[in-house]
Design a protein around this ligand. Structure first.
Ligand SMILES: [Zn+2]
Length: 375
């Protein structure tokens, strides 16, 4: 039976390979990890911003980073331990100019998640994701990436009926400024990459099969991205997935070929695409090959957070070798299909399972790199 010692250490083989001008296939997480039960219980009992919770948050972040680094992942996150309640509304949670009855995301399992509705202008974030990065940097010894929410997701906060004295145009101006500021703050704090979470891309095709909503999302996000230089955009990425909450999806039934041609129009250098959970991976890979551009790096999902089965390193390796038949190795990367717990109270996956899957991703990527001759 294989043991951890059978796999090349990414750190060791990476440095040897770099000396020879070769590199491991890049591998990065998406973002979230399940929160410790003690933290979830404490948050449920009171206000998540309560200063007494600081110690629990801090312990969760420290433990997450230690365990993350122990997987050998060359790039890590803070597991979004402090993104309260979720990846979507962390920056606006608690704003006084909102009401709780906003846009609803329906999941296949039957439950919904709801976002706040804006009731008055001006629109400002309550907090920026670089505040999480700042804490994570205290504990990490390897590069940290930071995920932020897309302008298109937050645009759903503006009500269809409008807001008196605050036009949609004014809202969009404020939204784009806040998003740009958040990304720049993350870069200033030393983020390895900034990943824009765009789960609503695939969902948009379900809500509006005409494609109009998706195109408006792409245009809006490109307006924000056009504020960055080409070099900066090579450090920005976008994540797409069919959703992942309580082991359930919101748009897995939407054909990727409805989304990917538009997705690759986004002006970013990196694409983090859920793939492991797809029923026909070869077909998706063919579409990726058709629409990706020469300056893109495509990180394909090689482990599925909503599948309880822990992938083996060999399974991951084989998925990467399959992807390499369609994507040039120099443009290939690997990732998780999604965060392991995008909503903070989701306990459908344990921390142990999440880290075991991350370890499989890292070890499988090392095996594939060896098989493909990149190390
Ligand atoms: Zn996702």
């Amino acid at each position: 039976m294989a043991t951890a010692f059978d796999y090349p250490s990414p750190a060791r083989s990476g440095s040897t390979a770099q000396a020879a001008g070769l590199n491991m296939i890049p591998t990065e997480p998406i973002g979230s990890l399940p929160r410790p039960a003690t933290l979830i219980e404490a948050v449920e009992r009171g206000d998540a911003e309560d200063a007494r919770l600081d110690q629990l948050y801090d312990a969760a972040i420290r433990d997450t980073i230690q365990r993350f680094e122990a997987t050998g992942s060359p790039v890590i996150t803070d597991g979004e331990q402090r993104k309260y309640h979720n990846f979507w509304t962390y920056c606006v949670h608690g704003l006084s100019n909102t009401a709780p009855d906003g846009f609803k995301i329906p999941f296949a399992a039957g439950h919904t998640r709801r976002m706040p509705r804006l009731t008055a202008g001006p629109f400002r974030y309550k907090r920026y994701a670089d505040s999480y990065l700042e804490v994570a940097k205290r504990y990490a010894t390897v590069p940290i990436k930071q995920a932020v929410i897309s302008p298109s997701a937050l645009s759903l906060m503006y009500p269809v009926e409008g807001i008196p004295d605050y036009s949609r145009g004014e809202f969009i101006d404020d939204l784009l400024a806040e998003h740009e500021l958040e990304i720049r703050r993350c870069f200033d704090k030393g983020a390895h990459k900034v990943q824009i979470d765009f789960t609503e891309g695939r969902l948009a095709m379900k809500v509006d099969p005409s494609g109009e909503l998706l195109h408006s999302f792409i245009d809006l996000n490109n307006l924000a991205l056009s504020r960055f230089s080409r070099e900066e955009r090579q450090r920005i990425g976008v994540h797409t997935c069919p959703g992942g909450d309580r082991d359930s999806t919101h748009s897995a039934d939407v054909d990727y070929s409805e989304l990917l041609p538009s997705l690759f129009q986004l002006r970013v250098g990196n694409f983090y695409i859920a793939l492991a959970g797809e029923t026909d991976r070869a077909r998706v890979l063919k579409t990726i090959r058709q629409y990706m551009q020469p300056d893109h790096r495509v990180f394909v999902g090689v482990v599925a957070p909503i599948d309880p089965h822990v992938e083996t390193a060999e399974e991951v390796r084989d998925r990467i070798l399959e992807a390499a038949e369609y994507i040039p190795v120099a443009q290939l990367g690997t990732t998780d299909d999604c965060g392991f717990s995008p909503f903070s109270d989701d306990t459908s996956t344990t921390r142990d399972t999440a880290f075991a899957k991350i370890r499989a991703r890292v070890q499988g990527t090392a095996l594939a790199s060896k098989a493909l001759g990149t190390v």
